[in-house]
Design a protein around this ligand. Structure first.
Ligand code: NAD
Ligand code: G6P
Ligand code: MN
Ligand code: MN
Length: 434
């Protein structure tokens, strides 16, 4: 049987992960799951660990669930290490969002200054996890879900040298689940072929029917429909269709922050003025979820988890593990090494692309060149990501400022530096390298 270690096991998403593994048990029998957390997450881990045990008991499968605050006790001989941790928990995310907003700039979990600081806090920890893995489970796959997923995956592979890493996101999963329905293919993704290329939270895709005809233009016309697979955490301000028609590819939901910067900023500032950034809404949802998880009668994933943007997370994480374990050569959209798939980016850059997942990991499917506008965006965003990763590892202040300068959601000038300084102070205890 398989041994899974999940770092950040106290996350409210854990029941989603358990449900995904239970659903796939016949294909992939899991012997043991170790949920790992830290002292700050002790209470969450206990509650969600008990909930996970009830879910497995109700399933009738013999899988053992262990909880521990000692990562090194969990890792020996793991087959898969999945990561879903948040350094500083949601308290840190509240600061990531509120500080830029207080300077009139976008405050968001994975974009702009907040996303950069989430990377600064997370990347050194991923390095420590990999140090332990090298020693204790040298054959294991690292399946990373921790945001910013693309940058964390790039650091794991390029900087820390763990080539058996795959980065995940639920945004492509949701798009592939919902788009067939809005263009009249009720069978869902089975009917259509999807091809994605770009970066995490910054990719485009095309859609083809069974005969290979490109139906992207038809999907674009329905892009602003309700139930289009948009994650619930993003304000659904309609995309300007004239722009998207000219691009000729479907943007991801996060492109709104760039294509509609002013509108998305105004929306975030309104919520901020009401005293409720997304992080604060999520904190409330989390408290409600843990109230439910405490109920000793609850033994399945509650509906309310759908209020989190990571819905269908397990269809990415558990299916990826399954596809590796069973050598399925299955199409999934993942963050992995480019290796020429996107000819406009370096071959060792981490990109989020359509790939075939097998026991050898992710083999990216060739996409080719991007049109000029996307080429420009991609190269600029990748340069920004590289600066972020370099700053996270070196603690170099100037490099951090450079990343801020490149990031289009951060207004350049003195205010950018104030935001940087305030975030450095606010997160000081999680930024030992700065
Ligand atoms: P959370 O705030 O509940 O944190 C999860 C757990 O991580 C907490 O219990 C915390 O104590 C623990 N933790 C913090 N530092 C740790 C460390 N060094 N080692 C082990 N555990 C540690 O987070 P959440 O809101 O449930 O989200 C979890 C993570 O998943 C976040 O990074 C989030 O951005 C990410 N996420 C990613 C996607 C995606 O598409 N890739 C979707 C949803 C969430
Ligand atoms: C989407 C993204 C995730 C992100 C999440 C935020 O699903 O793919 O990367 O973490 O939304 O959701 P939340 O409920 O935490 O705001
Ligand atoms: Mn994501
Ligand atoms: Mn900038």
């Amino acid at each position: 049987g398989v041994k899974i270690v999940t770092i950040g096991g106290g996350s409210s998403y854990t029941p989603e992960l358990m449900e995904g593994f239970i659903k796939r048990f016949e294909e992939m029998p899991i012997r043991e799951i170790w949920l790992v957390d830290i002292e700050e997450g002790r209470e969450k881990l206990e509650i969600v660990g008990a909930m996970a045990r009830r879910m497995w008991e109700a399933s009738g499968y013999p899988t053992q669930v262990h909880t521990t605050l000692d990562r090194r006790a969990a890792l020996p001989d793991a087959d898969f290490v999945t990561t879903q941790f948040r350094v500083g928990l949601l308290y840190a995310r509240i600061k990531d969002e509120r500080i830029p907003l207080s300077w009139g700039m976008l405050g968001q979990e994975t974009n702009g200054a907040g996303g950069i600081f989430k990377a600064f806090r997370t990347i050194p920890v991923i390095g420590e996890i990999i140090d332990d893995m090298r020693e204790l489970c040298p054959e294991a796959w690292l399946v990373n879900f921790t945001n910013p997923s693309g940058m964390v995956t790039e650091a794991a592979i390029k900087q820390f040298g763990w080539r058996r890493t795959i980065g995940l996101c639920n945004v492509p999963v949701n798009a592939m689940l919902m788009e067939p329905k809005i263009v009249g293919y009720p069978e869902g993704a089975e009917d259509l072929t999807f091809r994605f290329a770009g970066l995490n939270h910054f990719h485009w895709h095309r859609v083809f029917d069974r005969r290979g005809a490109d139906i992207t233009a038809r999907v674009i016309e329905r892009l602003n429909d309700p139930d289009n697979g948009m994650p619930v955490n993003i304000a659904d301000i309609p995309f300007p269709l004239d722009l998207i028609r000219a691009i000729g590819m479907l943007p991801c939901a996060y492109h709104r922050y760039y294509y509609l910067h002013a509108e998305m900023l105004a929306h975030a500032l309104e919520e901020f003025a009401r005293g409720e950034s997304r992080a604060e809404q999520v904190k409330k949802t989390e408290e409600e979820l843990f109230e439910l998880y405490r109920d000793p009668a609850l033994d399945h994933k509650p509906e309310q988890l759908a209020r989190r943007g990571g819905a269908h997370y397990s269809d990415a994480a558990c299916e990826c593990v399954n596809a590796i374990w069973n050598d399925k050569h299955e199409h999934m959209v993942v963050s992995c090494e480019n290796r020429g798939a996107l000819s406009d980016l370096a071959s060792d850059s981490i990109v989020e692309v359509s790939a075939l997942i097998s026991s050898k990991g992710a083999e990216p499917i060739a996409w080719g060149e991007m049109p000029a506008q996307e080429r420009g965006w991609l190269q600029m965003m990748k340069a920004m990501e590289e600066c972020v990763i370099d700053a996270a590892i070196t603690g170099d202040y100037g490099r951090a400022l450079e990343a801020f300068c490149l990031n289009p959601l951060i207004e350049n000038g003195a205010a950018a530096q104030h935001v940087l300084d305030e975030l450095l102070i606010a997160h000081e205890r999680y930024l030992p390298r700065f």
